[in-house]
Write a protein that binds this ligand. Sequence first.
Ligand code: PHE
Length: 338
Amino acid sequence: MENLKEIQATAADKLIAVDSEIKLAEFKAFVFGKSGLVTELMKTLKSLPNDQKPQAGKEINDLRVAISTMIENKEKELHRMAIDRAINEEGIDLSIDKPLHRIGSLHPLNRIRDKLVNYFVGNGYIVYDSPEIESDYYNFQALNIPPDHPARDMQDTFFIEDGILLRSQTSSGQIRHMEHHKPPLKMICPGRVYRSDDDSTHSPVFHQLEGLVIDKNVTLCDLKGTLEGFAKFIFGDQTTIRFRPSYFPFTEPSVEVDVSCFNCHGRGCRVCKNTGWIEILGAGMVNRKVLENCNIDPDEYHGFAFGMGLDRITMILHAINDIKLLWENDVRFLHMFD
Ligand code: PHE
């Protein structure tokens, strides 16, 4: 009995110093191995007188169970220590500052559209929505472009069937608006338009923003002031504009409008192709014939209209050289505008 107690105490002492899996394995061999402490004790059983065997066997077994329990506890302790060590050594960085999900953002084209719409609405214009599938009448004839007029060649149009087409310009919205509203009028009509065009700066579908103002005593000066305000708003305060004579059947006189280059302020650079000017839109005073077509008396009312390409303005502002980038929805491109 004494001997057994001593053995248990020795084992417990030795186990305290065990601090690794290897040392634990050595300890197991030391007690339960071929010539381990407990194994040796078992061997002595044989030599005991028969009447002492049951009692001695029980005591040795108790010792075996006691030491096994100590070993189990040590195993648990070592396991916990291993986890603690791993956590400390791996150094998990909880301060990572990347957002887990990217937040979507407005397409650059929609951003420009919204900015322009807000500008004009803030200046008293209403937003008018006009159909994309249109009749020849609204897209051409009412705009003073009769069948076989050479001006039709300026816009290579998609016809759906005879007399029905995909609108080639938002100017069709002018007619629809004037048919349904009495002057004075101030409206913009943003939307998709279609032409059979396809290269790096032209897409078969693109976006325009039409503007129309009809009132008594509206002059070309009002048009110039309006467009100057718009140009400064979108391209910066230093921007100036210039009118060049042009031709559209639905305006008379007609102008093409250039803005001074926002990049070089007129000195000449890549953006303006060294001219100092960037062409951005067509405009003019609404042709008498168009007013008449909409039952507005051209002797009482005058007005101006303008039409700009939203894709073109977006491309100029962001130095985008291929219009396809606006359509491909490549997130790497779109994230540049987050
Ligand atoms: N509709 C013309 C175009 O698409 C632009 C324009 C609009 C010109 C209004 C004058 C007045 O080219």
